[in-house]
Design a protein around this ligand. Structure first.
Ligand code: LLP
Length: 421
């Protein structure tokens, strides 16, 4: 459920007509709902009720400071994967003890910053990284809390570009080598091994791959405890999918995911961490765009929008489906048309949908891409010198621009011309 609904014939974000925001900020823009973000965080938090747990929002999905401040205020933890994300987490008010640091390529500088600023744990992914963190921690006179990410060799049955738990993926250490690697880590004085980490992929629409991976983690927990390790924390990653296509059957709900976690891992007496990103932010956001032209091609009509692949790359990059709806509600029984929906960028890949059947629209009309709150704005670029588009947050009947549209000068003046030119 989200808070983008037609009311009085106009798409609303909570209690604000989307048309009103468009008048103030211009198009295209991203628009997020505070109520939906809040609701989605709480669904996960409640799903794990009764277990010692922390929901660590994966900010890679949407790292706007306002979204992060909201999450921090709700009591969330946060999963970061770079020095930049760590700095964002601190700036938004997350205390160090609620920040977990993931990623295969943490630099020594990033490790130093997090150890100095405060960190709940590093999720380590390789032996070289273990040695690096050990050295950095010792140089600072600190002991770094760590989990080690295992690769359980499970097929997440999702898009290959966002599948991470197969042995051919770059993530984690092979689960078969876990005893050896945990023993090595335990011998390093700069590290304190607190648990196991796993993340098998994103946009999973089925609980089975999760359950399979978590059963392997449960087994490993017992083995490692027998080896003498104090395994007290399990980081289960993120990955629960969202319904992008309303016609498809909906993925499992957080409450079902939580029940599965309880069933598979509940008797281990471990603190549970999860790192959802997409499910919290995805359906909490839309991308609003204006139709510039309707162009009739050979056997097809192109709907040319003012948003492009640089603003929302998911369709071009993963062939992802986003529902696209008119902001003005079509009359009941209104005619549908099939469009190729494209942006103005100069490549054919700048296509949001092919032969998409939707209510007829005309130049000047606004359309909304649904499910655009996660991996939308964060993956945007200024390709074709199109400035990053603004982000707006709605709460009830109020809205605020939470990232302004840069002017052309602001964009251009980030470049500098050497004096010898
Ligand atoms: N934890 C780790 C270690 C991750 O790598 C990810 C996502 C998450 C948590 C959050 O997963 P989520 O709950 O959002 O599925 N750009 C792609 C998605 C990439 C996901 C990368 N890792 C997309 O637009 O579909």
């Amino acid at each position: 459920m989200d808070h983008f609904l037609y009311r009085n014939g106009i798409l609303h974000a909570e209690d604000v007509p989307v048309t009103q925001i468009a008048e103030v900020v211009g198009t295209p823009f991203y628009c997020y709902s505070t109520a939906t973000l809040t609701r989605h965080f709480r669904l996960f938090d409640e799903a794990l009720e009764g277990m010692d747990h922390l929901v660590c929002y994966a900010m890679k999905a949407n790292s706007n400071q306002a979204v992060l401040r909201l999450m921090a205020g709700l009591g969330a933890g946060v999963d970061v994967v770079s020095g930049g994300e760590y700095a964002r987490a601190i700036a938004a008010g997350f205390p160090g003890e609620r920040i977990v640091f993931s990623g295969v390529g943490k630099t020594r500088e990033e490790m130093r910053a997090a150890l100095t600023g405060g960190i709940r744990q590093f999720n380590l992914e390789s032996e070289p990284e273990m040695l690096a963190l050990n050295a950095v921690a010792l140089s600072l006179g600190k002991v770094a809390p760590v989990t080690i990410r295992v690769n359980p060799d499970v097929d997440a049955r999702t898009h290959e570009k966002i599948s991470t738990g197969k042995s051919e993926n770059k993530f984690g250490i092979p689960i078969a080598r876990a005893r050896e690697v945990f023993a090595e880590a335990a011998a390093l004085p700069g590290l304190e091994v607190v648990g196991i980490d796993v993340h098998i992929g994103s946009q999973l629409t089925d609980l089975d791959p999760f359950a399979l991976a978590y059963r392997r983690v449960a087994e490993l927990t017992r083995v490692l405890r027998d080896d003498g390790h104090d395994i007290r924390r399990l980081d289960l990653g993120g990955g629960l999918g969202i319904p992008y296509e309303r016609s498809n059957s909906a993925p499992p709900l957080p409450v079902e995911y939580g029940a599965m976690v309880r069933q598979v891992l509940g008797d281990l007496d471990c603190e549970i961490e999860i790192e959802p990103g997409r499910l919290i932010a995805g359906n909490a956001g839309i991308l609003v765009s204006e139709v510039i032209y309707l162009k009739s091609g050979e056997g097809r009509d192109f709907l040319i929008l003012d948003a492009a692949m640089n603003d929302l790359i998911r369709p071009a990059m993963y062939g992802a489906y986003h529902d696209i709806m008119p902001v003005i509600e079509p009359a009941a029984g209104a005619e549908q048309a099939a469009y190729d929906i494209v942006g103005p960028v100069c490549e054919s890949g700048d296509t949001f949908a092919k032969q998409r059947l939707m209510p007829q629209v005309a130049p000047g009309d606004l359309v909304a891409f649904r499910s655009a709150g996660a991996y939308g704005a964060v993956m945007a670029s200024e390709y074709n010198s199109r400035p990053l588009i603004p982000e707006v947050l709605v709460q009830g009947d109020q809205f605020a621009v939470i990232r302004a549209r840069p002017t052309f000068d602001e964009m251009i003046n980030r470049d500098t011309i050497p004096e010898w030119l």
